[in-house]
Design a protein around this ligand. Structure first.
Ligand SMILES: [Zn+2]
Length: 393
């Protein structure tokens, strides 16, 4: 059980959305709490999140049939005991409870208060995963290079990890820089041989950059990172960008020109701005595709059309406003879901369940191997908050 706030990179690996979505039975408590200790309301002897959790679970229980109410009451007691114990060390706490399962995640980043019972609610995790997606920043110089993996929040770098290039093996390794030969044969610069010497140095530098490009591509693949920003003096970043093999080249987001020897904290702000711009661009492109009907099979807008397309397994990408609030009726037996109140599934005849669209969409997206992207609040509001790019029409 994680008491300490862990690193965001480890958490995002552990808080496996896929795994949670595979939880069977539709009797899951998903609780997310804003435990941020810097908030005055959380510093009182009875912190605000504890009061919120108690009330929310009570309210949900009141609307449930007897057996579920009893199950939820047990978990509510356990939550209460957990929150009365040592204060969570992070800024956010997530709890997932199901029969035989109790899972906690202590987040170093803020999380909104939210509680759901029934289908597992991974919406907040999908958002965190997307918000703190890692960017690799490759700082290129003439004789050394660093690779930084950085998790960016809305407004700040949450976490950095630094890798140094071991030129002997052309690999990036975590931790301290290895003591590789500095300067690459710059010891004898004299006389008439200068031109020959200089061209040899250029060759060496070029070879160095070529090694950097392949090592970086390999590191991205090993780290599972799909966003790369290059930083350094102009000639270095241009050369390395040119030498990058696929698919790393496709993952290149931007190149930021920085003076030699500039230190990371100074560069970081510029990288953050570039990454923010990248995020806006991706979102704008997706919205443009949705509104412009430009998926391989066109697109649909609004929740009902999206649900229908999902049940036909037509969907390539589902995009939904993070603040989507809508009820749907869903069949536990198949992938049927609708916004229109029905009692039985028209496909298989089972009684349907009422649920939040935010609980149903991730589950349906997973079933059809569609990507789920959450958009900034209100982006698709006038289209019902949801849309999908289709694989085929
Ligand atoms: Zn059905």
């Amino acid at each position: 059980m994680a008491q300490e706030a862990s690193r965001i990179s480890d958490l995002l690996r552990t808080a496996d959305v896929e795994w949670l979505l595979a939880l069977q039975g539709g009797r899951v408590l998903s609780l997310h709490l804003d435990t941020d200790p810097t908030r005055p309301e959380n510093q009182r002897s009875e912190p605000a999140y504890r009061i919120w959790a108690r009330r929310a679970l009570q309210e949900i229980g009141d609307g449930l049939p007897k057996e579920d109410r009893r199950r939820l009451a047990e978990w509510a007691e356990r939550v209460e005991a957990r929150l009365r114990g040592e204060r969570p060390r992070g800024r956010g706490l997530s709890v997932y409870a199901a029969d035989g399962l109790w899972k906690e995640f202590v987040w170093p980043v803020p999380v909104d208060n939210r509680a759901r019972y029934g289908l597992v609610d991974v919406w907040p995790l999908v958002w965190l995963r997307q918000t703190y997606v890692p960017y690799a920043v490759l700082l290129v110089h003439r004789d050394h290079t660093r690779l930084l993996v950085t998790h960016l929040g809305e407004a700040a770098v949450v976490e950095d990890e630094e890798f140094h290039l071991d030129t002997q093996h052309w690999r990036f390794t975590a931790g301290k820089p290895p003591s590789f030969a500095k300067g690459m044969g710059m010891s004898s610069s004299r006389g008439a041989q200068r031109d020959v010497y200089e061209s040899r140095v250029e060759d060496n530098v070029r070879r160095f950059w070529s090694g950097v490009a392949s090592a970086a591509a390999r590191a991205l693949e090993e780290l599972g990172i799909q966003r790369l920003i290059l930083g350094g003096p102009q000639e270095g970043i241009a050369a390395v960008a040119d030498l990058l093999p696929e698919p790393a080249r496709r993952h290149l987001v931007a190149a930021v020109s920085v003076p030699p020897l500039e230190d990371w904290p100074h560069i970081r702000d510029r990288v953050l701005e570039v990454a923010r711009e990248d995020r806006r661009r991706r979102e704008a492109q997706l919205v443009e595709g949705l509104v412009g009907n430009s998926g391989p099979g066109g697109s649909v807008l609004d929740l009902e059309s999206t649900l229908q397309a999902l049940s036909r397994r037509q969907v390539l990408t589902v995009a939904a406003d993070r603040d989507l609030a809508a009820k749907v009726w869903t069949c536990p037996g198949c992938e049927f879901a609708t916004t229109r109140p029905v009692e039985r599934c028209p496909a298989c005849g089972q009684p349907v369940q009422e649920a939040d669209a935010t609980q149903v969409l991730p589950w349906l997206a997973r079933a059809s191997r569609a990507e789920l992207v959450l958009l900034t609040d209100g982006t698709l509001r006038r289209h019902g908050g949801v849309g999908a790019l289709l694989r085929f029409s």
